[in-house]
Design a protein around this ligand. Structure first.
Ligand code: SAH
Ligand code: SF4
Ligand code: F3S
Length: 476
């Protein structure tokens, strides 16, 4: 299949400009290498979601294109970049903490360059704090101009002081940024950028901008290239993949995009996240059901089980609508597994509201749940809501939530025992080098004995035992 890809003049101009800066940096670094006898190294620290992790693959791609080599440690790197998250307060605290340590390293190595980018730097209060107390940072840029790293780095080599370049909104999508994919057999691929759902607790729309969809031909081209170099599984990323394509020149539904991706020969598994329940279509359910490569697994964040709380969260579905959707999914695809995100302690959450969340958990039986304590984010509507919940009450609810959740998660894993499932082998277990870990199509984590040369293969594994969060298998 030959696909015509057409980039806008602006995006082409931006890409070519950065390619020129990469060349200039390459010349600069090679001169430096001749003088010192070694190459400059980089270290990227990523906090936050898979979207950020994938952005970091682009940062690494641009840096390696310039001639930098990866440094195994932060302390000895010539260029350190933090790609940050601000979804909850503790994500930001972690970055400030690490920056303190980085300052100490930089005192020992004056030539070290430091950059900060990602979601955190899109907030005015963060910029003020950096200007006041973190003057040792050399470059600060945001989420909308990630691709400008070569240009910023080049200018910072020639100037003193911190270089700030923060945009208030997104420009055109710039395609074809060099990327170093972490894995040779699994890859993340953006389908949308940004979010405009404005859930009342969430900072993402303010730091990632309006929702933009990539053109289907760009997505397919990228996946085809990946498959040629060995990728078996893709994870399609978007804050709400279900609204993909609505604003394209020629609109295309997410389900139709999946169907097109399904045609790519050599690709074996298609995953996606996140699905906002309000936009999950029957067409998507049918596509998961009928297209083999689309995994029978869905991440479907509930956030709260109380319709009243959901209304104040601006989630635009009720408890009943959510449960009806789960029913529909389970009826259409009996072996589907479902995971979720839950926030405990949203402003005004009563014990009764919390009990409704427990009720949903008992009914749905999630395979995994990411549970969070509500964190107040300046600038969001929820931050100004009355009745913020005292810490002890939230912690108590959080613990009770896990007490209900974990045995149910364990049950889902127990149900797998006796089955044989195809497992994509991902890595050697960190605890035991004889054990490999991988995932079934249902996203169930499997541990089994095997040699590391099996990594990247899809193998049938018999599930013989289960733990709370994973199952144990053996090769058949
Ligand atoms: N776009 C995805 C979520 C991205 S953020 C979606 O809509 O599901 C990942 C998760 O972080 C959210 O699902 C939510 O559970 C949690 N989260 C977001 N803002 C939060 C906040 N202020 N406090 C606590 N958890 C939050
Ligand atoms: Fe945040 Fe809601 Fe957008 Fe998800 S859908 S990123 S929770 S605003
Ligand atoms: Fe992701 Fe955190 Fe930004 S969750 S979108 S990196 S605020």
């Amino acid at each position: 299949m030959v696909i015509e890809r057409e980039n806008s003049n602006i995006a082409t101009f931006e890409l070519e400009k950065q390619q020129q800066y990469m060349q200039k940096m390459k010349a600069y670094l090679s001169e430096w290498e001749q003088k010192t006898g070694r190459k400059q190294s980089y270290f990227v620290l990523t906090t936050g979601c898979q979207m950020n992790a994938h952005d970091s693959e682009k940062l690494a791609g641009m840096l390696e294109n310039m001639g930098y080599i990866a440094s195994p440690t932060e302390e000895n790197a010539d260029f350190v970049i933090y790609n940050t998250c601000c979804i909850r307060e503790n994500a930001e605290e972690k970055v400030y903490g690490r920056l303190g340590r980085l300052k100490y390293y930089k005192n020992k190595n004056k030539d070290m360059k430091i950059a900060l980018c990602g979601c955190m730097t899109q907030q005015d209060i963060v910029i003020e704090k950096l200007q006041k107390s973190y003057k040792f940072v050399d470059i600060v840029f945001g989420t909308f101009n990630l691709y400008k790293l070569p240009e910023l780095l080049y200018h910072s080599m020639k100037t003193d002081g911190t270089l700030f370049d923060i945009w208030k909104e997104a420009g055109e999508i710039v395609e074809d940024i060099p990327t170093v994919y972490k894995s040779t057999f699994q890859a993340s691929v953006n389908v949308t950028y940004g979010c405009e759902n404005y859930c009342s607790y969430c900072i993402v729309p303010y730091v990632r901008g309006k929702e933009r969809s990539r053109k289907p031909e760009d997505i397919i081209y990228e996946i085809e290239q990946l498959v040629k170099s060995g990728t078996k599984e893709v994870m399609l990323l978007g804050q709400n993949v279900n609204s993909y394509g609505k604003n394209l020149e020629t609109p295309l539904s997410f389900a139709k995009l999946l169907q097109r991706i399904h045609q790519i020969e050599g690709l074996e598994r298609i995953r996606f996240m996140t699905s906002h329940p309000k936009d999950l279509s029957d067409e998507l359910i049918e596509t998961i059901k009928n297209y083999k490569k689309v995994c029978n697994y869905i991440h479907l964040p509930i956030q709260s089980g109380s319709s009243e709380v959901l209304k104040r969260m601006n989630r635009r579905y009720t408890k009943e609508q959510y449960l009806a959707l789960v029913e529909k999914l389970k009826n259409a695809i009996p072996d589907i597994t479902i995971s979720t995100d839950i926030i405990v302690g949203f402003p005004g959450e009563t014990e009764q509201n919390f009990q409704e969340t427990l009720d949903v958990i008992r009914q749905v039986k999630y395979c995994t749940s990411f549970t969070f304590i509500y964190s107040k984010r300046t600038g969001t509507p929820a931050a100004k809501m009355e009745h913020q919940i005292p810490e002890e009450v939230v912690k108590d609810r959080f613990n009770r939530l896990l007490q209900v959740l974990n045995p149910l998660v364990e049950e889902v894993h127990k149900k797998q025992v006796g089955t044989v499932a195809d497992v994509l082998v991902e890595e050697v277990s960190k605890q035991n080098h004889k054990i490999l870990t991988g995932r079934t199509e249902n996203n169930i984590l499997v541990h089994f004995e095997g040699n590391k040369n099996l990594i990247g293969k899809i193998l049938p594994i018999k599930i013989i035992d289960s733990k709370t969060f994973y199952v144990i298998g053996e090769r058949v």
